[in-house]
Ligand binder design. Sequence first.
Ligand code: FAD
Length: 382
Amino acid sequence: MKIYDAIIIGAGAAGLKAATQLHIRKKSVVVLDMGETPARKVAISGGGNCNFTNTHADSLHYFGENPRFVLSALNQFTPFDTLNWVKQHNIDYIEKEPGRFFCKNGAENIITALIQDIKDSEIIFNANVISIQKNNDIFTVQTNNKIFQSKSLIVATGGLSYAHLGVSNIGHMIAKQFGHKIIPVKPGLCAIKTNCFNAELSGISLPVEIIADKHKIKDDLLFTHFGIGGPAAYRTSLIANDKIIINFAPKTNIFEQLKNAKKTDGKKKASTILSNFVPSKFAQFIVSDSTKNIADYKDSDLLKIADKINKFEVTNIKPVGMQSAEVTVGGVSTDKISSKTMESQLCPGLFFAGEVLDIAGDLGGYNLQWAFSSGFVAGSNA
Ligand SMILES: Cc1cc2nc3c(=O)[nH]c(=O)nc-3n(C[C@H](O)[C@H](O)[C@H](O)COP(=O)(O)OP(=O)(O)OC[C@H]3O[C@@H](n4cnc5c(N)ncnc54)[C@H](O)[C@@H]3O)c2cc1C
């Protein structure tokens, strides 16, 4: 049986980037994927236009038990390297926000480039890896219909979200088999369920500031029929445990505004004053009593209203679920993996790359940059 230099499990962004490096190093490599086409998450990323990198990538934009783990890989293959690679492939791109780059004409451009780079390296689709073994420094990989052998093994099996695209937890099983810890997984970059608001607010969008844990997130929030969505909620889902505090008018001290209005516009309703700062439907949701004029409120009551705008406490929050999460939080612990090479410190020759690891990036192109950088490093060392 042929013994490859490396087997890569997973033909996603990380696995294909790793394959490119092995190809450049003239190593024999086979990429095995359970699906029918490569990089299926790339295909749907960025609303179909793939937000392929973000030049602000640093450890502050990543989450996991040790976000600083990303630094070495990000230095070895930087967002600017990704940008140059996109330019080399003549892919048209746009910078939608400072540092945040998307394809101009569809995510397929990125997939074509990844495939072009690996040239005639073998990719086998519909190859579902079921188990692996290591004997005498050789990995034996069992798929649903064939056995493969190699000197190195790169696990780039991705996360568990968007299951209908074809996902598995084989990466976690392999890691466990060699003694790695698995950080419990949960959905990230998705909408959040809460019953603190009502469905009538659904469709309203406004800029907010959210305090979750030690983090402050400033972005747009969208009310949905089951809770909150939009970028602010997506980003919050990466970090929030149970409770968050939302400031619906981050630039305004609402208590001061209400107290002033009590003196100057006493006959107006509190909701009318609030609607100068937040959408009027939301103002009416906050002040349900439509009979009272603002002059009728005690200052302590105005403070309670103001706090519902500037410090709305949302408890018992739940990310909507893996089926619609853009990323999986948790995964293979980075604890016993070299950040410089992506090699396991418990099993020489075993490498991990991409979302399978306990690294989740913020919204904005950080996850694909992580897949590219970690794939590059694994493929450069396997
Ligand atoms: C809707 C959506 C939009 C997104 N938009 C963006 C964006 O714009 N920018 C951004 O940076 N990130 C985005 N992401 C996240 C990003 O796409 C992923 O983080 C990234 O693609 C992960 O790459 P990966 O190679 O680690 O894993 P994957 O792309 O998930 O690849 C893993 C591969 O492993 C294969 N595999 C798994 N188990 C087995 C097995 N047992 N046998 C064989 N093969 C197996 C799978 O079939 C899959 O092809 C988005 C994600 C989603 C779902």
